[in-house]
Write a protein of this length. Structure first.
Length: 365
């Protein structure tokens, strides 16, 4: 991919905001390299790369990559990239494949068209062809002379002196800003609004015309008889529908469940989303201030896992006791609530990967 498609909310996420500027820049450079390679956001087998290879491929060093947790994190020998645009990569690949197929078809049609033109040209007498060629050459020469005159008259091609005001105003200019993409998005937005209003207006107009045509084309006697038959049919339909509902047991009162009180499944208050956040905020780790849609969705997914429901309290307690997760790990990284609700974080904590040891060393997450 030649473009780095970053969704703006990613730059506002806790993972990105929690990193220092060097880690953010490292993530940007590594993400750009991955987009060029189209590797799905995973650089495989790069754990053993030396600094020279990191600098030549991504423009960063190994120590900078190691210090960029959690936007860059290791899984064995592979490096995973936070918020990599996998959907955009799949879309680009699909368009590329479709373009190749369409390109072959267009090339075949162009070749066929060229052959037909050559056959047509061969059937024209030589005298007519030569006179046509000479007239075409004279007209193109006069056209080019006229164009050159217009260019000189309008001042096109002249050197433009530098503007003394550029760089001296109060405005901040951004290098390589995607102005074309911005214009495209604005045009689509305006077109969508206009198109929506136009479609709604046409639909309303079409409905009115149909009602007028229907009302004017039906005689009054037929319309009145149709209305009465429709009313009787509705009455029969209601009676038949009521009979079907009773036959199928729809609308009957459900007797209370002797095992479950009122027949409803009661939620365990100790495993709710709010209770997990409250327990986390009671530790010495960074607080989870906001419960946004992304966090709620991820946490609800964890609460459907039996292992997670049974062990999350113990996991929070162990995380609070872990010096490594509280920042004593060489690069100052501290575990956040988003790290805790990742699919494999609780398993690592329960298995003792982050337990305090006598000989402290930086453990790779």
């Amino acid at each position: 991919m030649n473009w780095l498609n970053i969704h703006i909310p990613i730059l506002r996420s806790p993972e990105f905001i929690g990193c220092d500027p060097v880690s953010r820049a490292t993530w940007l450079y590594v993400t750009a390299y991955a987009c060029e390679q189209e590797n799905g956001g995973v650089i495989k087998g790069c754990r053993g790369w030396k600094d020279r290879q990191w600098q030549q491929t991504c423009g960063v060093t190994l120590s900078e990559v190691d210090a960029s947790e959690p936007v860059l994190f290791w899984d064995g020998e592979d490096l995973h990239i936070f918020a990599y645009p996998t959907e955009k990569e799949a879309e680009v690949k699909a368009k590329r494949i479709g373009g190749k197929k369409g390109g072959k078809k267009r090339a075949s049609l162009a070749k066929q068209d060229t052959c037909e033109k050559e056959k047509t040209a061969s059937s024209i007498p030589r005298s007519i062809a030569s006179s046509s060629a000479s007239s075409s050459a004279s007209s193109s020469a006069s056209s080019s002379a006229s164009t050159e005159g217009n260019r000189k008259e309008k001042g096109i091609g002249k050197e433009v002196p530098p503007d003394p005001q550029v760089g001296k105003g109060e405005d901040l200019h951004i290098f390589a800003y995607p102005t074309e993409k911005e214009a495209e998005v604005k045009a689509k937005r305006i077109g969508g609004k206009k198109g929506g209003k136009k479609r709604a207006s046409l639909a309303k107009q079409d409905t009115c015309e149909k009602e007028q045509k229907t009302a004017s084309s039906i005689p009054q006697s037929i319309a009145s008889s149709s209305a009465s038959s429709s009313a009787s049919t509705e009455g029969e339909g209601e009676g038949e529908g009521e009979w079907n509902r009773k036959e199928k047991g729809i609308g009957k009162e459900v007797p209370p469940d002797p095992q479950g009180g009122n027949g409803e499944v009661e939620e365990n208050p100790s495993t709710s989303v709010e209770s997990v956040i409250a327990a986390w905020n009671g530790t010495r780790l960074p607080k989870a201030v906001a419960l946004n849609q992304s966090r709620r969705k991820t946490l609800n997914a964890r609460l459907k896992e039996s292992f997670w429901v049974e062990n999350w309290k113990e996991g929070i307690e162990k995380a609070d006791r872990s010096d490594f997760l509280r920042g004593a790990n060489g690069n100052g990284w501290t575990a956040t609530f988003d790290f805790f609700i990742k699919p494999d974080s609780l398993t690592k904590i329960i298995e003792g990967k982050y337990d305090n040891r006598k000989n402290k060393s930086n453990t790779c997450i």
